[in-house]
Design a protein around this ligand. Structure first.
Ligand code: PAD
Ligand code: ZN
Length: 357
């Protein structure tokens, strides 16, 4: 089967013929049908991260179950599924307390992608830029036939992270003023989540005019182009000079995280959704941090509870309460994966999706 392999950081992915190991207990094999291209995948190309090349990227995938290990009862061959990423062991402190996105159990370390003696790392336990994947079966959430499979794929990361950041991580109250800095595939879902949560103002900040226009369709009430206007001042001007109750940073850069902090009102919250580099830091004035009463909150995976939130988001999609189709700007084949990254970096797409058929 074919997979897109990162052989060396900062080089294009190469399509290779590789194999899958035999299924281990608790695992399922999924035939990939769609995989979104998320900016986090690009970070693993460009940055040093714990996932070392040769590496199969991709973590926003959906497909159909092809086979299961004999002990697996939660899914069966033929089921259409979203593949959630990361560990969810079900037995650690965090899994028991309903915060399984914080699960501390290491990902399975037996090789799943192989070729003779070669072993390929599998990003976040998924590696969805491959025609088939072996994954932990408890990470699979079944999807009804009415949901287009490329929409299901986006539930594995962008939609779930963005909506969850608002409702589960930050718990935005109706009437809040919300600003979102970075309106990509994830930030657009923060915008629609804030609108759904009943935010009063939803202020979208980006550098690309097309993203801002789209943000308006997703519920933004005000749009700020940060290449023309200082976003911190603009957010304050729109919020009685105070700043927003919640400012979401959805890029992962020190300067925009600082902007989110500065644009939050006293007592407000800056929510860091963007993934910064491991060697980057942001500094805050300590006296101001204390006196302002502001909170800085990290947000991993929208604090998702997969088997509770994903079915709920599916229901909301089917009921017309959230948009997913409109996020998909372009479809690519697996051998066009590098073009999909180029399109993301050029700001041409809200989400590009790899289709396998
Ligand atoms: P994306 O490339 O689709 O969107 C990023 C957006 O930021 C684009 O629209 C850019 O135009 C915009 N942008 C860039 N620089 C600026 C700036 N200075 N001011 C305003 N806007 C700017 O990425 P994405 O939405 O796929 O991912 C966004 C980040 O979220 C990225 O760091 C990714 O790794 C992270 C992420 N975090 C989680 C999580 O669990 N917290 C999950 C998924 C993705
Ligand atoms: Zn992602």
């Amino acid at each position: 089967m074919k997979a897109a392999v990162l052989w060396e950081r900062r080089t294009p992915l190469k399509i290779e013929e590789i194999d899958l190991a035999d299924l281990q207990p608790g695992e399922a094999r999924v035939r990939m049908l769609a995989s979104g291209v998320c900016h986090s995948d690009l970070h693993h190309i460009n940055r040093e991260t714990p996932f070392k090349p040769p590496l199969v990227l991709g973590h926003e995938g959906a497909g159909v179950v092809d086979a299961v290990s004999p002990d697996v009862k939660s899914v069966k061959p033929g089921d259409r599924v979203v593949i959630m990423f990361g560990s969810k062991c079900g037995t650690c402190h965090f899994c028991h307390s309903g915060e399984d996105y914080l699960c501390t159990t290491p990902l399975p370390d037996h090789p799943r992608f192989i070729r003779k003696d070669e072993r390929f790392a599998q990003l976040l336990g998924v590696g969805s830029f491959a025609e088939y994947v072996n994954v932990t079966a408890s990470n699979l959430v079944r999807v009804p036939d009415e949901v287009p499979i490329e929409c299901a794929a986006l539930l594995a990361c962008g939609v779930t992270t963005g909506l969850g950041a608002v409702t589960t991580t930050a718990k935005v109250e109706p009437g809040s003023n919300v600003a979102v800095i970075g309106i990509g595939g994830v930030g657009m879902n923060v915008v629609q989540g804030a609108a759904l949560a009943g935010a009063n103002r939803v202020i979208a900040v980006d550098l690309v005019e097309r993203k801002l226009e789209m943000a308006h369709q997703f519920g933004a009430t005000h749009m700020i182009n940060a290449s023309e206007t200082d976003p911190v001042q603009a957010i304050k001007d729109l919020t009685h000079g105070r700043g927003a109750d919640y400012v979401f940073e959805v890029i992962g850069r020190p300067n925009t995280i600082k902007q989110a902090y500065d644009a939050a009102r006293n007592g407000g919250t800056a929510v860091v959704v963007g993934l910064g580099a491991a060697d980057e830091e942001v500094s805050f004035n300590l006296a101001e941090l204390m006196r302002s009463g502001k909170a800085i909150q990290g947000c991993f995976y929208g604090s998702v509870r997969p088997h509770m939130d994903v079915p709920r988001y599916i229901d909301m999609y089917l009921n017309g309460r959230i948009k997913i189709d409109q996020l998909i700007s372009r479809r690519f084949r697996l051998d066009q994966v590098n073009e999909a990254f180029d399109a993301m970096q050029a700001g041409e797409v809200a989400r590009g999706v790899i289709m396998y058929e």
